[in-house]
Ligand binder design. Structure first.
Ligand SMILES: Nc1ncnc2c1ncn2[C@@H]1O[C@H](COP(=O)(O)OP(=O)(O)OP(=O)(O)O)[C@@H](O)[C@H]1O
Length: 315
């Protein structure tokens, strides 16, 4: 469990983190979202004791990180994958970390195997691709078999296989009851990976909410329809008050009337349908609207974690 209470960090006259409070709970993947410069990395660094807060507290398993007796056994982290001593081999990088944290060296082979680097354990890290460096960073994070994982942009620069691999790994770690906290700018990936979201803007909390709830509450629902007679269908639906938009691939996006009614109208007019699907916005659509609002938030529109704006009130 990670807990952040009234956390504040000021750099000169820049308030990077501004009175932030939230908890990251075990057994699920919590995504940490916010535009560039929102304060995500700073928050993660404060949780990991790499920087001192100007105010407030951050704790891991109930204690500030720097007071944990065996930090790598409680919380593993990946902040910058390239922050590895390039002259060391993958094995020696992990050996150094294991020895300085009292971790049995037999664990090194286990984590190298887990991240798929066993075959290159003897190679120097400076020759590693970005994907291999990310895997080594994850091996280091898992070395102490910690209950808490804090990962800043773990899929940054990875190819599709690497992204899918991390997704599967994080899901299995959360299913084992671990606390997984990760940031990413890849919304489609976050939508597939995270169960819960913490969204910040300009150092302040915008939302602390389940993924499904976040999308459902803030979506503009629509129905996707395909028909071999799109013009006729458009005409009869518009007569019933629907708004119809043609997608580039020929599908119709229909809002203003519900999915069952669309089916009934098409049937009544003998217009064949090849697809009829109720849809919600993607996380990216919702997030883009939300963080657009976060700029206004500073001007006092009053959006809080407790009261997310209804879609109709956001524009
Ligand atoms: N060491 C520092 N000294 C001065 N300002 C800093 C420092 N670290 C971060 N900042 C500033 O604090 C703000 C928050 O930065 P931070 O890197 O935490 O944001 P972020 O949400 O992680 O952004 P990104 O998505 O771009 O990584 C930014 O305005 C940044 O310029």
């Amino acid at each position: 469990m990670i807990e952040v209470r009234d956390l504040t960090k000021r750099y000169g006259d820049k308030l990077a983190v501004d009175g932030l409070s939230f908890q990251v709970r075990p057994g699920r993947i919590t995504g940490f979202l916010g535009p560039n410069g929102a304060g995500k990395s700073t928050t993660m660094r404060l949780i990991l004791g790499l920087d001192a807060p100007t105010g407030g507290q951050a704790s891991v398993n109930g204690r500030p990180y720097r007071l944990l007796a065996a930090p790598l056994r409680e919380a593993g982290s990946l902040l910058e994958a390239r922050a590895v001593h390039g002259g060391r081999t993958a094995y020696h990088h992990l050996l150094y970390l294991a020895q300085s944290n009292g971790i049995d060296r037999r664990r090194i082979a286990e984590v190298l195997d887990l991240v798929g680097l066993a075959a290159v354990a003897g190679r120097r890290a400076k020759g590693f691709s970005l994907g291999m460096s990310q895997r080594l960073g994850i091996a280091a994070a898992l070395l102490g078999d910690p209950g808490v994982l804090i990962l800043d942009e773990p899929v940054n620069g990875l190819d599709t296989d690497g992204i899918r691999w991390i997704r599967g790994l994080l899901k299995s770690l959360a299913a084992q009851g671990r606390t997984v906290f990760l940031s990413s700018h890849l919304m489609s990936e976050m939508e597939l990976t995270a169960d819960h979201l913490i969204v910040i803007g300009q150092g302040r909390l915008i939302a602390d909410i389940g993924m499904r709830q976040f999308i459902e509450r803030n979506s503009y629902p629509f129905t996707l329809v395909r028909s071999p007679q799109p013009d006729r269908l458009t005409a009869v639906l518009q007569e019933s008050g629907a708004q119809v938009r043609l997608d580039p691939d020929g599908a119709l996006r229909i809002s203003g009337i519900d999915t069952a009614m669309i089916g009934d109208i098409a049937n009544a007019h003998h217009v064949p349908l090849h697809e009829l699907t109720a849809r919600l916005d993607s996380l990216e659509d919702v997030y883009t609207r939300m963080t657009g609002v976060s700029v206004e938030y500073r001007g006092g529109t009053g959006i809080t974690s407790a009261g997310l704006p209804a879609p109709g009130n956001q524009e």
